[in-house]
Design a protein around this ligand. Sequence first.
Ligand code: ADP
Ligand code: MG
Length: 320
Amino acid sequence: MEQPPAFSHRDSVIVVSELTKVFGNLVAVDRVSFTVKERDIFGLLGPNGSGKTTLIRMLCGILNPTSGNASVLGYDVLRESEEIKRSIGYMSQQFSLYSDLTVIENLNFYAKVYGIPKKERKGKLEEVIEIVGIKPYLNQMSGSLSGGWKQRLALACALVHSPKLLFLDEPTAGIDPVARRDLWNLLFELSARGTTFFVTTHYMDEAERCSHLGYIYFSKLIACGTPEELKRIPNVTPEGFRRHELRVERLTEAMKELLKLDFVGDATMFSDVIHVLIKEGYAEEVKIYLVRNGFNVYDLREIPPTLEDVFVSLTRSFKG
Ligand code: ADP
Ligand code: MG
């Protein structure tokens, strides 16, 4: 792959303004606006049914918006959708390769679809095979690959025409943690070589690795920024409160006790800890209260918000 040109300022690759999609009487994407710059890894998060796939399909030129505008690599999604389809890579949410073709047959098929000239095809395929490391499986039926290798093959197919911009719709859904980590390492390698990514995910550790994030909720983009910016949103940690991580026995019962206290703003239970918003200067009081009520407190310490805290707070404040 070519080295990207050195640049001091990065161009906008995706510019979205008030983009809206209505299906019958359902507003699937509601006046969404944001910008993605060259070499960003933009992560879109949000519950199922919030409009992520619909948004991606509009940006890929597959689905016409009802209103609003978007340009992708400088092309207009309405007027120049063919140019967009030719220039981007898209890995859809469903496995869309031919299960009864071998890995190499699928790759060849995609190279033809994207019009890679015959004399360049072999070299190009060798390159993507090398990038995703799928050489040992070239003659295996695609349908019989493990989840992780299916996703790598799908990624290889999305890369055959060397797109500068890749859309990945839940690329790691249903694959094991090791395959998930490997796939992300691959995305970082490609990103370092100059590829821009637009990716949807449900995983917080993946969100943490994105350079920019958007959170879509009931069809509306309710937050957008770098992970650090999102953690500083005022609603996430209200004025006068500090976020603490509490390790305590009997989490559910401890939660109930905490919420009775007026110096506790909010409490959210995770698998083995509780995140508590405690009024500044009251942490010791909380500890004493719990101990007096018969709880063993293993640890209570101040922490910055995690992305999960951010999204929990945002959805709560959105519901009002
Ligand atoms: P997500 O990817 O965030 O899970 P989707 O974009 O797939 O969400 O769906 C958003 C909403 O739009 C859902 O309520 C879904 O049922 C609806 N929807 C998606 N595609 C269509 C379609 N082609 N026709 C009608 N409704 C659709
Ligand atoms: Mg989806």
